[in-house]
Design a protein around this ligand. Sequence first.
Ligand code: ADP
Ligand code: MG
Length: 321
Amino acid sequence: MGEFELIRHYFATTASRQDNVVLGIGDDCALLMPPEGQQLAVSIDTLVEGIHFPVGMAAEHIATRLLGSAVSDLAAMGARPAWFTLALTLPQADPQWLEAFACALAQHALELDIVLVGGDTTRGPLVLSVQVHGFVEPDKALYRSAAREGDLIAVSGTLGDSHAGLQSLQTKAKVDLAVSWLQQRFYRPEPRVELALALAPHLHAAIDISDGLCADLQHILNSSQVGADIHLERLPLSEALCHWCTDAEQRIDSALAGGDDYELCFTLPPSRWDHCVELAAEVGVQITCIGEITDSLSLRLLNRGQIVEHSLAGYDHFKEI
Ligand code: ADP
Ligand code: MG
């Protein structure tokens, strides 16, 4: 199958004017029409085989992970997903792989209400990039720099699951119900779009957790010129993580520095907390208050009130070891 036939067969979508798409896949560019008065939020994410996911991971898992992690950035900005483009570098045009990938991608895109409008297809080692576009009303976006002293710090869902799921894959662990659930958390991040849209008017700063809670919260602290106290006993851990990982300290490490959670970490004035808990329940997502913003300029970890020493830096591609 040639390049053009491949694109037509697997990636031609039915984007329409309803999706604010004047012209979709098939020409030199897509032509897009953002709703009047809205800002465009844009972000790109790349996955490299062997770096971001294990060699040989199933095509459908690659697709859900790719799109889920990219859309998570829109959620973290308080933006509503609209369009995405896809740059695919493939070692070969394997019809079975492509069928599985394209199917899972289309299904996940439908669920996330985002439309494929273009891309690029080349031959080489397996590398996949997705650029996502979303809409946000002016002055409504959630900046990393908006945290204020006295804010509560909260996270969505549970932390550390995806990291544990990846570990179980790498160690070829026996797959029971808990391990299978943890692996799903790695394969299929759930971007918290509906939660972010519901809570946005009440929040100050937000970020999605891709490199680990500590590393990503640190971005908020740096941008906002503030510090934070995090209470370790409050970190939301799933039953599956507790079942898989019997060492309590390791569980906490996984939650603090594991990465790939794609949960939201956000700050808000204490007066808004009760209302946000109600709103979160309406969209079916748990939120947990794990600490508060301070004026100390540093991130402190406390275990039942006692300061804990730590060196949890999170994932940094270019860090000198
Ligand atoms: P050009 O050479 O002009 O850049 P291409 O031949 O790369 O165009 O692509 C032709 C059309 O197919 C374009 O509309 C492009 O956006 C789309 N396309 C190419 N690869 C993909 C892909 N992997 N997913 C979605 N659309 C794609
Ligand atoms: Mg062209």
